[in-house]
Design a binder for this molecule. Structure first.
Ligand code: GLY
Length: 562
């Protein structure tokens, strides 16, 4: 087991800043590796691999475990995406994004004719029909090898018998008590009669254990029908929410293809719409391929400028074109990820001067930085990159009474009001307007990279719209800058999303001189907090070794493997 020793190493390093840690050692394992934001959940996933399960089996068990041990984003009441690259055969994706209920409409976020942020993001109306259970089951049915019940069992035990609350979780739960007070079942589940859990306490979730048992016994019907569905519908009816038993029964996860690109000879495999993530990552890489990043060096002002300009252009296209492909039939995916298109975009980049984002065209819905990511490789080198979310931390903060799980507030990822654009970052364009049965646009970018037909890298992260750029920079850090998996995760991160027109950088991420050079080119540079929580596995073919990079920014992340 690598976990214990590894954490001693990172505990020491974590005392320094988040800039590149020269010589940071990746976690190493041969048999298989699971990296998540909860070391308990990583361990659950690795136990599955150790007992002969494959990467999809491990993803299912790990995701259910995260729904117990990482309630801020691990979930059964939300949705997400899996990109799966089997060791042989074609890569596929599983889309279990939430959908709008049957009574949803583009105008549902208006109150007295005006856009209302709280209705959109903090209400029972903000809950989309959850997809996680259906998605995990679909992936398992297609590619799993172990019995479903065996994969759900560890999460039932964790919920029923409890697990030790870490310092990170204790802090997080304590900060949420004012929010949980709005919903009695949430307060009961995540506090001790209104008092915060402390590190070392045991957190038991009896109702969640019962719901997970129904899912173990009945499969998706244990969630989308019968008692669980009735409990969700009851909560919705009592509080003005829209989701009905019929909406739940009608939910379908979808198997999709993948977005493919080639960057400097590496095959990029990522998530297609309804996520914008894969297209944007490939588009930015295509633009950057025309610049010699290696010569410029990691963290140089010149490379940050090129990277920000490529990001700016991809994010503009994201707003213009992307939405649920089952509703928007004209998304020009081949064009957006083509080398020719990237060449045209590259020509519009002045090497010495920042472009300006046009503020009179498109801007953004607000998107929360919460979400969580799992990177998994098994003994046969099947690989899973999975990102899933409740949208905000703890989603809508609504625990379904009697069912013990949190509901998402993912409807907030739909555009707010047709035609409305304002300084707060609203977008009113058609491709991502709210509709019944429609999936809201996402930024999640679970990504796998291959070289010469072999697995090379698995990457992904939470972080709202910063997801795209965090995933991108982990790829640049490994391919262009030659970092190992841990260095690639540790390195300071940057973000540009077209609007607002500024480069976001992590505190201590880049030097003061670099920032001055960027400002001299005309960029606004804004220092902020941590960006994302990337989980990266690089497969070192020569040594048949998996090398893991665990993000030290959030608490509790861990790699498990042997
Ligand atoms: N809710 C975050 C995302 O889907 O990108």
């Amino acid at each position: 087991m690598i976990r214990r020793a590894f954490f001693i190493v990172i505990a020491a390093l974590a005392l320094t800043s988040l800039t590149v840690q020269a010589g940071s050692t990746p976690a190493r394992a041969k048999l298989g590796m699971v990296i998540t934001q909860s070391d308990i959940a990583s361990q659950v996933g690795f136990e599955v691999i150790k007992s002969g399960g494959n990467a999809i089996d491990a993803a299912v068990a790990t995701a259910f475990a995260l729904a117990v041990t990482h309630p801020t984003a691990g979930n059964i009441g939300g949705g997400g995406f899996i990109v799966f690259r089997p060791a042989s055969g074609e890569p596929v994706s599983y889309d279990f994004r939430e959908v709008g209920p049957s009574r949803a409409s583009p105008e549902m976020w208006l109150k007295d004719g005006k856009y209302d942020f709280d209705t959109h993001h903090n209400s029972h109306l903000s809950v989309g029909v959850p997809g996680t259970v259906a998605g995990l089951h679909l992936a398992w049915k297609e590619a799993g090898s172990k019995p479903w019940t065996a994969l759900v069992a560890p999460s039932i035990k964790l919920a029923r018998d409890g697990f030790e609350v870490s310092h990170g979780l204790a802090r997080s739960l304590a900060s949420m008590i004012p929010e949980f007070k709005k919903y009695p079942a949430s307060l009961v589940q995540f506090s001790k009669n209104g008092q915060p859990y402390e590190a070392g306490d045991i957190l038991k979730q009896a109702d969640l254990a019962k719901t997970l048992t129904r899912i173990a016994d009945q499969g998706p019907a244990g969630f989308y029908q019968g008692e669980t569905a009735a409990l969700i519908e009851k909560e919705m009816k009592a509080n003005g929410g829209l989701i009905t038993a019929g909406d739940l029964k009608a939910y379908e996860a979808k198997k999709r293809g993948v977005v493919k690109g080639v960057y400097r000879g590496y095959d990029i495999i990522s998530m297609p719409p309804p996520s914008s993530g894969g297209i944007a990552v490939v588009q930015i890489l295509n633009v950057l391929e025309g610049f010699d990043l290696k010569a410029g060096g990691y963290g140089s002002a010149q490379n940050i400028h090129y990277t920000a300009e490529a990001m700016r252009r991809a994010f503009a296209d994201r707003a213009r074109y992307l939405g649920d492909p089952d509703f928007e039939k004209d998304i020009p995916i081949p064009m957006l990820i083509s080398k020719d298109y990237a060449t045209g975009l590259r020509k519009t980049i002045d090497p010495k001067k920042a472009s300006k984002s046009a503020t009179n065209s498109f801007t953004w819905t607000s998107e929360s930085p919460e979400t969580t990511h799992l990177s998994i490789v098994d003994a046969k080198r099947n690989a899973v990159s999975m990102t899933y979310t409740l949208e905000y931390g703890y989603g809508s903060r609504i625990v379904v009474p009697g069912a013990g799980f949190l509901l998402n507030n993912e409807m907030g990822d739909f555009n707010g009001q047709p035609g409305l654009t304002d300084e707060r970052g609203m977008i009113g364009t058609n491709p991502n307007l709210t509709r019944p049965g429609k999936r809201m646009l996402s930024s999640m970018a679970p990504t796998i990279i291959a070289k010469d037909g072999q697995l090379f890298m698995v990457t992904g992260t939470p972080g709202g719209r910063t997801i795209i750029n965090t995933v991108l920079t982990t790829i640049l850090n490994v391919i262009d800058y030659g970092m190992n998996a841990q260095e690639a995760v540790d390195a300071g991160r940057m973000h540009h999303q077209w609007l607002p027109d500024r480069i976001g950088i992590e505190r201590f991420g880049f030097s003061a001189d670099t920032i001055k050079l960027l400002q001299a080119m005309g960029h606004t540079v804004q220092e902020g907090g941590n960006q994302g929580a990337a989980q990266v596995i690089v497969f070192n073919q020569k040594d048949n070794m998996l090398e893991g990079g665990v993000d030290r920014r959030p608490a509790d992340g861990g790699a498990a493997g042997k």
